[in-house]
Design a protein around this ligand. Structure first.
Ligand code: PMP
Length: 685
């Protein structure tokens, strides 16, 4: 083998992502590479469909070369197809130029350090020496790597101008092809095809032909050509990258760094602390390129760049429950960055229109941080893209939740809006058994509590005799299972009472329903005004705020149904917020008009009372409604009304007006006393 120059050092690759992750003690997916000078994502055109026909012919050679891409490149660069030479990346073409122009004993001129190391490597592989005097070939890098500068064009000829970052600078030496200048460009940078290894060179026709003659017969893969052709159909717009570069540079300056002006997709930050800074960044997954005298930082996107700036600023708190996740199928590629404990920083860009908006709403209202970048076969419709985005998001949530230790088991929401009513229930538990802590019932009768009750009662003293929750959990379940049987019995005996529970967005519907079913009533969760009109007893439960609850009632037409029942003198029971909604108005949410089933208004608890008022309290008055007994209260507003027939600790607790009875307490959570109260309601109905 021919010997290489003394001191020759081959091109050194940066470490692999896996190796970096191992070093940082992170998951490889947490590694964010700011060291490759490539865009964070492929172009939307880089999808499996782009290579489908090339793949169908992958068993054949590219007989006759690659005429289509020569034409497409010529059109893009403003030259003729004969001026184009294809190569496996700019690197391949740098090596081609060096070995074509220089040999042992020749001198090749390369840019002063720091510069792209491959010029030196290529010249030395050709057997040439590095120098300026009598150079047979001169390399120039514009924009320069790693500095991002635009150095003056040398007068020497032949001259190879490496324009790997041409798109970001829009400066070119192409007009000088006839003057002994060769321009090298690549699809690795702005076109996002670094992995495909494809680039091109532009030279005067004779030079181009001579260079082609010195290449391998088929120097690039047909698959790469197909990807490059697809990308050339809609060349990238780098304006956003240039803007983000300036934002990143400003952020760096704000931290006291002095990044050099850049004409590329990276910035160079001169510093003597290169190793210390790189190590600090790596600990949080950010990988930068360390060179002599500074670090080079590739511009990614706002969220990634902000992460880097935050680490540089010393904000070392690692985000909890956050993941990066990618999903690629034949039709789509979706990348998700998710933080469960976020602040609603949201951007979803898959091009799937309304679906993007829906994902954004989901994340925003869930206070997640969610960035989704995706591309799919939108030409067939949004279905693949939306579906894969949903799957990718689900997978990301699954990973971010980890072992689900210490999180709430489920959540549900009903969101009434002007023109829609949305309901959602999410179970995040995945547990095999439940542990439910029961609080002592003041009526000293066993009763079952749901998880919701348990959470509310956390501060109450626990009964030692009740033991651990597992047993109680079973009791809660069996109580539920018994209910349908009792209900059937009641129906058989002809005593079933038809109870319609208004479902308009209130949270405690299910516990109210269970409480009535336990008493043998037949119940319906009603969104339909007719059901509310026809029932023997209409129940207006309530947890939440007056504004959204009234909007929900109006949306379903339940407000009119309840007023009609009141006019007809048919029984209505309002519970908690349901009582407040029945009044003329509420102070909540800046003032909300109520249903007017009873006179008065709901006002915020005042006079130094603790808000919300939660706990068991005695009812004073209203002997027919449990006066003297103890009930469970949880509220922040109370009724001021002439129709009050009972109080509790000085606050209105029962309101009676015509066929309407409203209670501020929660009978469905008030154990035996609550059960007796509901039983009386049923018998009245
Ligand atoms: N020239 C310069 C200045 C570069 O920075 C690079 C990539 N780092 C290349 C050429 C080679 O790019 P590729 O071989 O991927 O086209």
């Amino acid at each position: 083998m021919r010997e290489l120059a003394a001191g020759f050092r081959p091109y050194e690759w940066a470490e692999s992502t896996d190796a970096l992750a191992l070093r940082a003690g992170l998951d490889p997916v947490e590694i964010v590479r700011f060291d490759g000078n490539v865009p964070p994502l492929p172009l939307p055109s880089s999808r499996p469909g782009a290579i489908a026909s090339a793949l169908a012919d992958v068993n054949t050679y590219p007989h006759g070369g690659y005429p289509h891409i020569h034409e497409a490149i010529a059109a893009y660069a403003g030259v003729e197809p004969e001026n184009v030479v294809l190569g496996a990346g700019g690197d391949d073409l740098i090596l081609l130029c060096a070995r074509s122009f220089a040999g042992p004993g020749d001198v090749v001129s390369v840019p002063p350090d720091p510069t792209y190391p491959l010029f030196r490597v290529a010249a030395q592989l050709a057997g040439a020496m590095i120098g300026d005097d009598g150079a047979v070939l001169t390399f120039c890098c514009r924009p320069g790597n790693p500095l991002g500068d635009l150095p003056p064009l040398p007068a020497a000829r032949p001259l190879v101008v490496d324009e790997a970052y041409f798109e970001y600078a829009a400066e070119t030496a192409v007009p000088l092809l006839a003057d002994g200048v060769i321009v090298i460009r690549t699809f690795s940078k702005a076109f996002g095809l670094a992995g495909a290894r494809i680039g091109y060179l532009l030279a005067e026709r004779g030079t181009a032909a001579e260079l082609r003659a010195r290449q391998a017969p088929a120097p690039v893969s047909t698959l790469s050509v197909a990807l490059a052709l697809a990308a050339l159909r809609t060349p990238p717009d780098v304006a956003a990258v240039v803007e983000e570069r300036e934002r990143l540079a400003a952020g760096l300056r704000a931290l006291g760094f002095e990044p050099l002006p850049s004409h590329a997709n990276f910035v160079f930050v001169p510093t003597s602390d290169t190793q210390e800074i790189a190590a600090r960044l790596l600990a949080r997954g950010c990988v930068v390129r360390v060179t002599r005298g500074g670090i080079r930082i590739t511009v990614r996107d706002r969220e990634d760049d902000d992460l880097l700036l935050a680490v540089l600023a010393g904000e070392d708190r690692a985000p909890t429950r956050s993941v990066r996740h990618a999903r690629a199928t034949a039709e789509t590629a979706v990348r998700v960055r998710l933080g469960l404990d976020g602040a609603g920083r949201v951007r979803v860009e898959t091009g799937a229109g309304l679906y993007d908006h829906l994902f954004e709403q989901l994340a925003f209202h869930g206070s997640l941080d969610l960035i989704v970048d995706g591309s799919g076969d939108l030409e067939t419709g949004a279905h693949h893209t939306a579906e894969d985005t949903a799957i990718a998001l689900g997978e990301a949530i699954d990973r971010a939740l980890g072992d689900r230790r210490g999180i709430a088991r489920y959540g549900s929401a009903v969101v009434p809006m002007d023109d829609a009513l949305a309901r959602a229930a999410v179970d995040l538990g995945g547990r095999r058994g439940a542990q439910i802590d029961l609080a002592e019932d003041p009526a000293r009768e066993p009763r079952a509590l749901g998880a919701h009750d348990a959470a509310r009662q956390r501060d109450r003293p626990r009964s030692a005799s009740r033991g651990r929750g597992g047993v109680q959990g079973r009791r809660a379940c069996s109580a539920r299972r018994r209910a349908p049987r009792r209900q059937r019995a009641a129906v058989d005996e002809g005593h079933a009472v038809n109870v319609a529970i208004c479902a308009y967005g209130a949270g405690n519907i299910r516990s109210v329903q269970l409480a009535f079913e336990r008493l043998g009533a037949s119940t319906a969760i009603a969104v339909d005004p007719d059901i509310v009109l026809e029932a023997d007893l209409a129940v207006l439960p309530g947890v939440g705020s007056a504004g959204s609850a009234m909007a929900g009632l109006r949306l379903c037409g339940l407000d009119a149904a309840l007023r009609a029942r009141a006019v007809a003198g048919r029984p209505i029971l309002g519970i908690c917020l349901g009582l407040q909604l029945a009044l003329d108005e509420s102070e909540e949410d800046g003032g909300v008009a109520g249903l007017g089933l009873a006179p008065g208004r709901a006002v915020r608890l005042r006079d130094g009372r603790r808000v919300p008022r939660i706990g068991w309290a005695r009812l004073e008055g209203a002997p027919l409604h449990g006066g003297g007994e103890t009930f469970w209260f949880a509220h922040s507003y109370a009724a001021e009304t002439p129709a009050a027939t009972a109080t509790s600790e000085g606050l209105t607790a029962v309101v009676e007006h015509g066929s309407f009875v409203g209670v501020q307490f929660h009978p469905e959570k008030s154990g035996a006393a609550g059960g007796r109260f509901l039983e009386r309601c049923l018998s009245r109905a």
